[in-house]
Design a protein around this ligand. Sequence first.
Ligand code: NAI
Length: 728
Amino acid sequence: MMPAEKIVRSFRVEVEGGVALCLLDVQGEPVNTLSPQVGAELEDLLAALAKDPAVEGVVIASGKKEGFIAGAKIDVIRSARSAAEAEALSRSGQRQFDALERFPKPVVAAIHGACLGGGLELALACRWRVVSDDRKTQLGLPEVQLGLIPGAGGTQRLPRLVGIAAALDLILTGKGLKARKAQKLGLADEVVPAPILLEVARRRARELATGQLRRPQPGGVKQLQRGGLGALQKLALEDNPLGRELLFREARRKVLKKSGGHYPALEKALEAVKHGLDKGMEAGLEREAKLFGELAVSEVSKRLVDIFFATTALKKDTGVDDPAVKARRVETVGVLGGGLMGSGIAFVTVGAGLAVRVREKDDAAAARALASVRGLLDEKVKRRSMTPIERGATMRLLTASTGWAGFERVDLVIEAVFEDLALKQEMVRAFEQVNPRGIFASNTSSIPIAKIAEASTRPERVLGMHYFSPVQKMPLLEVIVTPLTAPDVTATAVAVGKKQGKTVIVVNDGPGFYTSRILTPYMNEAAEILIEGASVEDLDGALTAFGMPVGPITLLDEVGVDVGAKVAKILHAAFGDRMTPPAALEKLTADGRLGRKSKKGFYTYGGKKKEVDVTVYDLLPGGRQRKRVSRDEIAERVTLQLVNEAIRCLGEGILRSARDGDVGAIFGLGFPPFLGGPFRYADAVGPKTLLERLERWHDKFGDRFEPAPLLVEVARDGRRFYPDARPV
Ligand code: NAI
């Protein structure tokens, strides 16, 4: 018999009024994760509770301050040495949740905070789900983001509970749902305020036990009684084999379009769901485990997990080596220039709960800056991720002015005025006049920070905080330090960036820092190939097939042909011939073809469909008669430029680590995540092979393909960029 209160390593159990409240609190972990160990303990616990006559119902909740269950412990999955081993892990998880589902006494999940992956699969096996309406509460199956599929029954139970279309949407995107949305889908049975979550859950367990509340066992028939007529009709369509076939065909088409075949987990997720619906739950579970096993040992999944680990490590990284260095307290942030970037920066900063003072050049610009932040907050309210009251409170954190009043109080100022060295230096001087202790950070995209710091009497307080556009969406922040930047200043910028929700890498100062520097030769090479006579379609097609989110020519149109040319010029001046931008592109800027912003670029704008504007070829060598350059050649030449430059950055100490280089390229530039970043990619191709490829192009095109000295060294020594890289 269970004692009234007992600690089974990971569970604290409190029995009261016939209900056993089982609080999961995995020891030594900040958040709950599931492992075979925890699963086995759950089995033992259930076995004991089954026999306990004092227990009529069960509630599973979290014993942690934060979160229900964040998912399966990824290290365990990673340690599987074969597909069979990973499949066995999945089978054991499935068995444990089967036992939970078949448990003779009703089990209620009380969900507060993150309920993701294995956590949601556990909840799906419960009879009833009560969910807190807290902002942090989130339900989802993010496995595909790690190149996996749910492996503990998720691909089977979710479609049976919420219908095929809704389940596929969740499984294929990996997105998380807030409580209300989850309730709308039938994933949450009820949503309650967090303080009464456990009380309600206990009550439901009792009501289910006494029969006051009825619910068929989950995993059985669909819940047709819920959701009104619309849902009924949808489910009826899903029940019809022809309708179902259509639904899956459409989903497969979308998946292939989105993933370009680079993310096998998406197709396998579809296969698992479909198999289970065609052949029944048992067969579905078997297929789910088999596919999970195959994916868990796949290269793509390993790369995606690498990135996950890298970003997790960066979350804990203070940005400086010395653990004694502490970030300074930051309560108020100044933003100089409230244009596109400045208003985005102000938005993420007030979002972090910090007071922000924006300085603009005149009243109209100041009003525009306030309006753009307000507009971004309005969008949040519209999407229901913020209440109107919260919007009001957040807006009150923001003020704007045209003078320096108020700047004497800011702890940190982020400068985002025009890209002009003299202007930026003027900002440094003026700021130091009014504020002798604050930190000055520049969001310049190309001017070396040391140059800006030359205007400062306290260069130890000057550094770069390079955001990406649109600031509210792009996850990366590149913090740039000079040899004079003080460590606590670096740590402060990193801490603020994290508060703003960014993944932060710290790089050393140099022309183009890291991200702009590796992008420039990539863009130059694309332009060279264009000038050799290739078509815009082949160029963009080659790189999107490689896995980039957009091709280089589209990117040039989006960023602005003039902006691209400006950065290219700066880097050319810094690095010499190997970064010579193709001169022919100047004709485009002279013609007013600046890309999207001038509604005239490589593509047409304003029409229904985006098409290549063939008149652009009249300005390029070869005219409208384009030459066929193989897409493989295009992808190889263009990406080699980026990878080689990234290796130079590591060799020169611009990057602290290959890890930072991979995170920066993926989150800043959209380098294909399934390849793991330029350094993981270099290791997978093999440094020797990479070197041979570069040498081949070097023979043909000269300097710009000169291999990075570090690559030559690594290839010569038979090393890799990551110590854990597997031999190829
Ligand atoms: P923007 O032209 O939208 O904004 C610049 C703002 O600075 C304008 O609103 C202008 O009124 C204001 N300003 C000019 N002189 C001022 C002064 N003396 N005092 C106060 N405000 C003044 O330009 P954007 O795109 O926001 O760029 C700003 C900085 O961010 C530039 O250094 C740019 O290189 C950099 N950057 C831009 C990125 C982008 O994608 N647009 C990406 C990363 C960095």
